[in-house]
Design a protein around this ligand. Structure first.
Ligand code: ADP
Length: 207
């Protein structure tokens, strides 16, 4: 018998703590589908999208090992917004297809979709409820800088390109305050986990 899994969306800006939080849910037995992994998968060598990209932009977009030249691609779409739209139109449906397939395969009590751009893309339409990892921008900036070693200006421009914190807060069903210390994370995740288990169970009765 197959049934639709109950899907919890997990989102938050760069360095907000999504991977950290997702890992805690995995430790509780919850399967997590990672949208970043999806966006890498669909342009792997042998996937049709890679050939379509090469046809449009030339062989310079493919590295000698056959993988996508991400740096060249980033540079191109940064300077040419129309090409960015073209690329999004190509990749978003493929990413969504991969995500839906993974979500359907999940066997845990509910399944989590982790995505930095859940609210910015149509991915939010896939989820039953939305958990936002939230923290003040200054902390987001300093934690990301510490993790990646990138210049703060570069991180700030990524933050600025993502949906504003207030807008995300307005659209979330649950908010995880990740400004608090790491040792407070696990007990608070356990409480959320219980809530999601209840919601998943209720959704079974609704069917
Ligand atoms: P994201 O996946 O959203 O980009 P990460 O989970 O990688 O974010 O977290 C960003 C950085 O902040 C990592 O180095 C992580 O170890 C650290 N971090 C996450 N949560 C906390 C916390 N509550 N307290 C201190 N550091 C944290």
């Amino acid at each position: 018998m197959s049934y639709d899994p109950y899907i919890v969306g997990l989102t938050g800006g760069i360095g907000s703590g999504k991977s950290t939080i997702a890992q805690r849910f995995r430790e509780l037995g919850i399967e997590v589908v990672d949208a970043d992994q999806a966006s890498r998968k669909v342009v792997e060598p042998g996937m049709p999208a890679l050939n379509i990209i090469a046809d449009r932009f030339g062989a310079k977009m493919i590295k000698s090992d056959g993988t996508l030249n991400r740096a060249a691609m980033r540079q191109l779409i940064f300077s040419q917004p129309l090409e960015k739209t073209w690329l999004e139109n190509l990749l978003h449906p493929l990413i969504a297809e991969w995500i839906v397939d993974q979500l359907q395969r999940a066997e845990s009590a509910y399944v989590m979709l982790e995505s930095p751009l859940l609210l910015e893309t149509e991915q939010h339409q896939l989820v039953n409820t939305l958990l936002l990892v939230d923290l003040p921008e200054s902390l987001q900036l300093s934690r990301t800088a510490e993790r990646d070693g990138d210049p703060k200006q570069q991180i700030q421009s990524i933050i600025d390109s993502q949906m504003a914190r207030d807008d995300k807060l307005r659209r979330a069903n649950y908010v995880f305050d990740n400004s608090l210390a790491l040792d407070t994370v696990t007990p608070r995740i356990t409480v959320l986990h219980e809530t999601f288990l209840h919601l998943a169970l209720e959704s079974l009765h609704d069917d």
